[in-house]
Ligand binder design. Structure first.
Ligand code: HAM
Length: 419
């Protein structure tokens, strides 16, 4: 029996790698222009970190964490998100003394034991960005602008929507929660079982239910933006004014709530209609108070995470096969010895070259060239060696020309430039 990968966990194969690399390249370019610096974080932490940060009554903490005891009996958890780890590092390394906001980003795998389906995995990858230590509404707008710019540079702007909401704060949210829970209890009979259960545990999450049977009740439910206190309403207005001033298009989704408990005020998601139920490509918001909750300073903070798999799904078909500029075919040991140093030199200049090892028939090597998709081959046998020459063959037309071996490196570099 062969051993297969774990359910919900996938390999990223070489054919897709160029799309993944492009996401990372674009993210780095955009984020660095906004002043963000990369931080690399561990993939597992003490369980308590996530339980405290994400919230004990969330699905993530109650049902989805990969928690295990290590050999010294300590409870550890594979990170179900990056934000908590990043804050732990911010606190641990005293980064609050740096000029604020402290802007950080991180990439990498994230683990949640969810039911796998298209666009939903148990190991997936996030690009995470956080701005720490400044509560100005312009920071929220700037973070959103950066996220929008990331998608614009990927050419996805027209296929996505930006939704925003304000979740209120400690002054207004508890009152809203009570009012919402009372309304939901009144209509319990018209709600699905999960919604009824959530009404008691985490009523805001009920707003997020996507089942058709619950829609009529939820459509008439009390709305968050209508219940904000004056300070939150003013804050939300200022975030929107900054977005408007930057010409960023959004819609206000009063039912947008997030699956993590730490948010206050601004919350947002970038969504698509192209991926079925898994419609969120990125999500985030403000989470003032979380740094203090984790034992740090009273620093405000805001940020987001992008789900890389979902972005890759939208870009499917854009994968660029990576091809060498040429396949160099020595015929025999003597030619191999003469060609390897030249190949080494060309590769050192950053040009991709594949090479045969002199032990296959020319016909077999030409077939290999076709399979590799290379446009040119270089053929050198004993006769060419004696004349200090190489044959360059254009694969599509079959046309061949002869060049001096002394000039071969330069010719190959030029071919690399065309590719
Ligand atoms: P989140 O909404 O839980 O937020 O996850 C962010 C993104 O990760 C989602 O929008 C989605 O694209 C992707 N994602 C989530 N679960 C899965 C899954 N099972 N399979 C594939 N992709 C998935 C957070 O994680 C927050 N830490 C974001 C944040 C940062 N808020 C403030 N700062």
């Amino acid at each position: 029996m062969t051993i297969r990968s774990v359910r919900g966990v996938h390999d990223i194969l070489p054919a897709e790698a160029s799309v993944w690399q492009r996401l990372e390249r674009v993210a780095r370019r955009v984020f660095e222009a906004y002043g963000y610096r990369e931080i690399r974080l561990p993939m597992f932490e003490r369980t308590e970190l996530f339980a405290r940060a994400i919230g004990e009554v969330t699905d993530i903490v109650q049902k989805e964490m990969y928690t295990f005891e290590d050999r010294s009996g300590e409870s550890l958890t594979l990170r179900p998100e990056i934000t908590a780890s990043l804050l732990r590092a911010y606190i641990e390394h005293g980064m609050h003394v740096q000029p604020k906001p402290v802007r950080l980003y991180a990439f990498g795998p994230v683990f949640r034991h969810e039911r796998p389906q298209a666009g939903r995995y148990r190991q997936f990858h996030q690009i995470d960005a956080e701005a720490l230590g400044d509560d100005h509404p312009a920071v929220d707008a700037e973070v959103i602008a950066m996220l929008v710019e990331f998608f614009r540079q990927l050419g996805l702007a027209d296929r996505l929507a930006l939704e925003i909401n304000s979740l209120g704060d400690a002054a207004c949210r508890p009152g809203f929660r009570e009012r919402l829970a009372a309304y939901l209890r009144q209509h319990a009979a018209e709600l699905c079982e999960e919604c009824r259960e959530r009404t008691e545990r985490n009523p805001l999450r009920v707003l997020d239910c996507k089942r058709a049977e619950c829609r009529p009740v939820l459509d008439r439910a009390p709305s968050l933006p209508d219940h904000l206190c004056a300070a939150c309403a003013e804050n939300f207005g200022r975030v929107r004014a900054h977005l408007d001033a930057m010409g960023i298009r959004y819609s206000i989704n009063p039912r947008l709530v997030r699956g993590l408990d730490y948010y206050v005020r601004t919350a947002f998601e970038v969504t698509t209609t192209e991926l079925g139920a898994q419609n969120a490509l990125a999500g985030g918001g403000r989470y003032d108070g979380l740094i203090a909750l984790l034992g740090g300073t009273q620093d405000a903070a805001t940020g987001f995470a992008i789900g890389m798999e979902r972005v890759v799904l939208l870009l499917a078909g854009e994968a660029q096969p990576v091809r060498p500029a040429a396949l160099v075919i020595p015929i025999g040991e003597r030619a191999l010895e003469r060609l390897l140093p030249i190949v080494r030199d060309v590769r050192a200049r950053g040009v991709g070259i594949d090479v045969g090892y002199g032990d296959r028939k020319l016909r077999a090597e030409l077939q290999r060239a076709n399979k590799l998709g290379v446009e040119h081959t270089v053929i050198v046998g004993d006769a060419e060696l004696d004349r200090e020459e190489a044959i360059i063959r254009e694969m599509k037309s079959g046309q061949q020309r002869t060049v001096p071996l002394a000039a071969l490196a330069a010719d190959l570099v030029a071919l690399g430039g065309q590719a």
